[in-house]
Design a protein around this ligand. Structure first.
Ligand code: ADP
Length: 496
């Protein structure tokens, strides 16, 4: 087994990986930027190394400095987490030359599956259903028009190298295609360094359902069932759950079989996720494979009892999978809410500041994965994910009741968070009866209508007052309560 793992990442995922290392008796080391010197991951790891740069992301992205550091501190493996270097084939290739293990797939798999058109080609060759559209990057407008006519509008223009919900454009008709094709190519070139765009049919009101897989180096591949991830804003997930309340056992069987096949035909190893769109007729289409740990992996851990991060580490160290497929069962129902510093009233724009108060929910069936602490600075430099609340129970009703309790108990002050938005979603009929699609937020959420989605109950005002009292006790502060005050106060200023 490895003796020391370097984690070139930050936030909740770095802390999550440190915990897995600690349980396996492995030393953890992290890197950090000077903007992150007070971060939780720096204080939690066994060792922390600053990579100085005036660019906030450099510490987590500089290939040569990170590999140099790994050699210097005698780390025998690197766990990339998600984002940053996790899907960077060049980085993995450089690491492969050093003998230091990458806790993830080979650079070859990342190259194939990281490119959406390559992955689509491979899947369609082996009979895994893909969203109808082009198999290659589209060469010019004429070809785009031809494809548009043949599959029918609306269509989506997508960047072959895209990710993170970016580089996608909905095109409703031929006129729109003619006016936007060139702009789309220019835009994706700026964002991803390649002009390649391809076309997919726009699936009307589908669900986004994905399957977690694990594969060892001996050729064994298993699935850990599915996650429902349809609740999204700007193509980014907010609430995930497992199992999906939208599919029957027959569809579940077909989906999970297709996912295992997708992993096998790409020679995949370690943890990965196959994403599908599922339409109202239960037809499913391969969307893409994420060749890394997903943000939402804890819901799968909660229902299967399998620690995915520890499995990843063991697989990278050469161990066989600890589980056979018939030993993996759905034992519970789990939900995850991503708690982000985002303002629902301002088009989910990021909110920055210092965390002045943070009291997390606790009790049966609740897990919190967090990257923040009291006094953490939330800056514009990094993504807005503060923590994840995961709840589980014997069925969906119990998991949901626990999530509602957890969000009511969650106290945070200093930045605006999306907790009120999450609470609004959980109470919505379409969430309760699972009749939502990926367009739920677009269709249903109306910002700047506090009466509709931010109704504060008397209990919530009492809770807000107690948060404030706790802060006042701890520090001398001035505060300016907002008109529609909530437990996550936006305008609290600390007196130095
Ligand atoms: P990314 O890699 O940037 O996350 P994906 O291809 O995984 O992009 O798509 C992200 C989200 O965009 C999906 O979850 C879905 O909500 C929406 N989407 C993508 N492709 C389509 C499509 N062909 N039809 C309808 N919605 C789509």
């Amino acid at each position: 087994m490895f003796k020391k793992i370097l984690i070139p990442n930050r936030g909740e995922i770095a802390v999550r990986i440190i915990k897995a290392c600690s349980e396996l008796g492995i030393k953890s080391a992290v890197v950090y930027s000077q903007f992150d010197k007070n971060s939780l991951h720096v204080r939690t790891a066994d060792e922390a190394y600053c990579i100085m740069s005036d660019k906030p992301n450099e510490a987590y992205l500089n290939h040569s400095k990170i590999i140099e550091l790994a050699i210097k501190i005698k780390a025998d493996a690197i766990h990339p987490g998600y984002g940053f270097l996790s899907e960077n084939a060049k980085f993995i290739e450089s690491l492969e030359k050093t003998g230091i293990s990458f806790i993830g797939p080979t650079s070859h798999s990342v190259k194939i599956m990281g490119n959406k058109t390559e992955a689509r080609k491979l899947m369609s060759m082996h009979g895994v259903p893909i969203v109808p559209g082009s198999l290659e990057a589209v060469k010019n407008l004429e070809e785009a028009v031809e494809i548009g006519e043949s599959i029918g509008y609306p269509i989506m223009l997508k960047a072959s190298a895209g990710g993170g919900g970016k580089g996608m454009r909905l095109v409703k008709n031929r006129d729109e295609l003619e006016s936007s094709f060139e702009n789309a190519s220019n835009e994706v070139e700026k964002a991803f360094g390649s002009r390649d765009v391809f076309i997919e049919k726009y699936i009307l009101n589908p669900k986004h359902i994905e399957v977690q897989i694990l594969a060892d180096q001996q050729g064994n591949t298993v699935h850990l069932f599915e996650r429902e991830c349809s609740i999204q804003r700007r193509h980014q997930k907010i609430i995930e759950e497992s199992p999906s309340p939208s599919i029957d056992d027959n569809t579940r069987k077909k989906l999970t079989q297709a996912a295992v096949k997708a992993a096998k035909i790409s020679g995949y190893r370690n943890a990965g996720t196959i994403e599908f769109l599922v339409d109202s007729g239960m037809n499913f289409y391969f969307l893409e494979m994420n060749t890394r740990l997903q943000v939402e992996h804890p819901v799968t851990e909660a229902v299967t009892g399998i620690d995915i991060v520890k499995e990843q580490i063991k697989i990278a160290a050469g161990n066989k999978l600890s589980y056979r497929q018939n030993q993996i069962k759905i034992n519970a129902h789990a939900l995850e809410c991503r708690i982000c510093s985002e303002d629902g009233n301002r088009d989910f724009s990021p909110s920055t500041g210092k965390i002045l108060h943070h009291r997390m929910p606790s009790g049966a069936g609740i897990r919190i994965d967090r990257g923040i602490d009291l006094h953490s600075d939330i800056t514009i430099y990094y993504d807005s994910l503060l923590s994840k609340v995961i709840t589980w129970g014997k069925d969906r009703g119990e998991a949901l009741a626990r999530m509602k309790r957890a969000l009511n108990e969650y106290q945070i002050a200093g930045v605006v968070t999306n907790i009120p938005v999450c609470k609004w979603i959980l109470k919505h009929n379409k969430f309760i009866d699972a009749s939502y699609s990926i367009n739920f937020i677009n269709d249903e959420f109306q910002p700047n209508t506090p009466d509709k989605w931010q109704q504060n109950t008397p209990e919530e005002y009492v809770r807000a007052a107690s948060v404030l009292a706790a802060i006042i006790k701890r520090k001398r502060i001035t505060f300016v309560p907002a008109a529609n005050c909530h437990t996550n106060w936006s305008r609290i200023e600390e007196n130095e």
